[in-house]
Design a binder for this molecule. Structure first.
Ligand SMILES: O=P(O)(O)OC[C@H]1O[C@](O)(COP(=O)(O)O)[C@@H](O)[C@@H]1O
Ligand SMILES: [Mn+2]
Length: 634
């Protein structure tokens, strides 16, 4: 070896040793905080509010640091400055002394909430232009008077240069960024609410997150991937809630559908948009009502064709056009007659009720083309497909949106697809594969994978749907509540049992220690339903953000927080508007339901990331002669 090579070798060895020190030190940091939220359903402002107040974590930190120093009102004001800095701090007027005080409080808090992280991680989060002074202030280590004037002069000059507002905003955002390290979104970002696009834009900025896809997200992915029944469902639901503006935001022009609707459909009370659509004129409502009927009929037709070409989906009982009486005013199921109302079957022909008319086909072709070429939708769906999974195991816990379909005995429901039987986790993996296949082949519309994406929306063995049948047709055309009933999969009873939940955890390779987190079904607190089930093994956090569902839940649902000390649920006020939240300092509900309190504080070492750090450190130790050969697991 030449001298140079020996020198290089020595440096490499030292590098490895220093890396071992880093890796082993990081393991001793407290576990970072995780935040879980579900069923956002297009309600951007409510979702944004929850992200901003971090489900109450910020107010707890403010209390920890300033109790006895600031009054409760002052603490609350400080919290709202942090939640809505652009609204409250940008034009805030204060005397110089008041600014020094506020900036110092914000600096103290930023320091407090960043102590869990390495300096390197904190540094990466600092905006470039203020990085130098921020670092000085955050790592202020000299409490003697040597540097006192130095630190004070930073505040004085910031205020003097009219930068106080900007600096305060930067600090507030950093606090939001640091209190929660990782966000889990348990699905149903789309549908019912007006602004799923804004939610997607916001999610794309979150530094660390995972998404478990929901049934409503799947139809958007399906539509973009070329599934015509998914496309119809997306449009039907968008129109059902009157959100033509959402289509405009995606650059999708409904003119052709509107023209078709105007030509063939009339007003129909079953198809008038739901919810408060104050911003819509009567004329627009009528337009929507007509388009809504047109697209629903197209949906029933293309779904019928899909059911016919996929006998393995076992959905023939949903071929409802074939169950209409001769005058088409009655549905005949198993010999029993159900009168129909508000029917609009003028474009359904007796010879082949599932065949699209040429007009319908042209409308759908146009819509699909617009969906697939919308730049904004392309970005959003790519993000969903790349970041979204059907289930996630994270730090020993199992996360998924809907269910694992089972029979009454708790055996996983089996389904044969492409000649092979699947159930449980393997079925979910198979479904995930189909989603990617369909997405990768947007120009094929009736291939198996694309049809499976639609099946995930409403099929009995779908882990996202979790019910036997979707009664869309009956819900539009029959007043008989019995016909509307969508029987839930036995999973929803079984998930109350601890043993069943443990079986599920084990199916996914997790130990009995973990818990399962579900979204999808709103927790009906008014009826006494509890979000913590099966002795704490099952946590249901359907956010209940969807306004139309708040009548049933009584609150805007739950979110979950998991920090180094405990795991707890937070209940949220029904959200009105951002203005109202700010004006009335409307925060979270004061109750907090603790799921588990750890006997020992959890550290990075106990997390998934920690385990990989241990493996890396062990490998380096072995390579450097400081440890035994690591086993395969590390
Ligand atoms: O109340 P809406 O918006 O018509 O939706 C009802 C439909 O939504 C579903 O509940 C699915 O949506 P969720 O995933 O939000 O439950 C269907 O089972 C049901 O037919
Ligand atoms: Mn759902």
């Amino acid at each position: 070896m030449t001298q140079k090579q020996t020198q290089q070798q020595l440096e490499k060895n030292l590098e490895n040793l220093v890396e071992i020190i880093n890796l082993e030190a990081i393991q001793q940091l407290p576990k970072a905080t995780e935040h879980f939220i579900s069923d956002l359903h297009g309600e951007f402002e409510a979702f944004d509010h929850i992200l901003r107040n971090c489900s109450g974590v910020i107010s707890l930190k403010v209390k920890d640091l300033f109790d006895g120093i600031l009054s409760e009102e002052q603490q609350q004001e400080l919290c709202f400055y942090i939640y809505y800095p652009e609204d409250l701090l940008a034009n805030l007027e204060k005397t110089n002394q008041e600014w020094y005080k506020l900036l110092d409080e914000l600096v103290q808090l930023t320091r407090f909430v960043s102590t869990k992280y390495t300096r390197s991680k904190v540094r990466k989060a600092l905006p470039k232009y203020f990085a130098y002074i921020l670092e000085e202030l955050l790592y202020k280590y000299d409490e003697t008077e040597n540097k006192e004037q130095y630190y004070n002069s930073i505040y004085v000059t910031i205020v003097d240069l009219n930068l106080a507002n900007d600096f305060a905003i930067v600090l507030a955002n950093l606090i939001q960024r640091f209190v929660v390290d990782h966000l889990h979104v348990l699905g149903d970002i789309y549908d019912r609410g007006p602004d799923p696009d804004k939610i997607m834009d916001r999610l794309m900025e979150v530094p660390s997150l995972d998404i478990q896809l929901g049934n409503h997200d799947l139809i958007w992915i399906g539509a973009f991937s070329g599934s015509i029944p998914c496309l119809c469902n997306v449009l039907r639901i968008t129109l059902r809630y009157g959100h033509t503006a959402l289509m405009e935001k995606y650059g999708i022009d409904l003119a052709r559908l509107a023209k078709y609707g105007e030509r063939y459909y009339d007003d129909n009370k079953a198809f008038r948009p739901r919810g408060d659509n104050e911003e819509l004129t009567e004329e627009e409502i009528l337009d929507i009502t007509r388009m809504h009927q047109a697209i629903s009929i197209m949906q029933f037709k293309v779904e019928g064709e899909t059911i016919k070409r996929r006998p393995e989906f076992n959905m023939e009982d949903r071929l409802l056009f074939s169950k209409l009486s001769e005058d088409r005013q009655t549905l005949v199921i198993d010999g029993k007659e159900y009168p129909l109302s508000n029917t609009c079957f003028q474009k359904v022909y007796e010879e082949n009720p599932y065949e699209l008319t040429l007009g319908e086909e042209l409308v759908l072709r146009d819509l699909l083309h617009q969906f697939q070429t919308s730049e904004k939708l392309q970005r959003h769906i790519a993000f969903l497909v790349n970041e979204g999974t059907l289930y996630q195991t994270y730090n020993g816990n199992l996360l998924f949106h809907g269910c694992i379909p089972c029979d009454q005995n708790g055996e996983f429901l089996e389904i044969t697809l492409e000649g092979q039987q699947y159930s449980g986790r393997a079925l979910m993996d198979y479904f995930a594969n189909c989603i990617h296949k369909a997405y990768d082949n947007p120009n094929t519309h009736d291939d198996f994978a694309t049809d499976v994406v639609w099946y995930l929306w409403c099929g009995e063995a779908s882990n996202l749907f979790g019910k036997k049948t979707m009664k869309t047709f009956e819900r539009y055309f029959s007043d008989d509540k019995e016909l509307h009933h969508e029987a839930k999969n036995p999973y929803y009873e079984l998930r109350n049992q601890e043993a069943f939940c443990i079986k599920l955890l084990n199916e996914f390779g997790l130990s009995d220690e973990g818990y399962i987190i579900n979204g999808h079904t709103p927790v009906k607190t008014l009826k006494g339903e509890l979000p913590i089930k099966a002795n704490g093994k099952m946590l249901v956090i359907d956010g209940g953000l969807a306004k139309p569902y708040q009548k049933e839940t009584g609150i805007a649902g739950y979110t979950l927080v998991d920090n180094s000390h405990e795991t707890y649920l937070v209940a949220h006020h029904a959200f009105t508007t951002k203005e109202d939240a700010i004006a009335n300092y409307r925060d979270i509900l004061p109750t907090k339901e603790v799921v588990t309190k750890r006997s020992l504080r959890a550290h990075v070492l106990h997390t998934d990331i920690g385990r990989t750090l241990v493996q890396q450190a062990n490998r380096l130790r072995y390579a450097s002669g400081f440890g035994d050969r690591p086993s395969v697991e590390g």
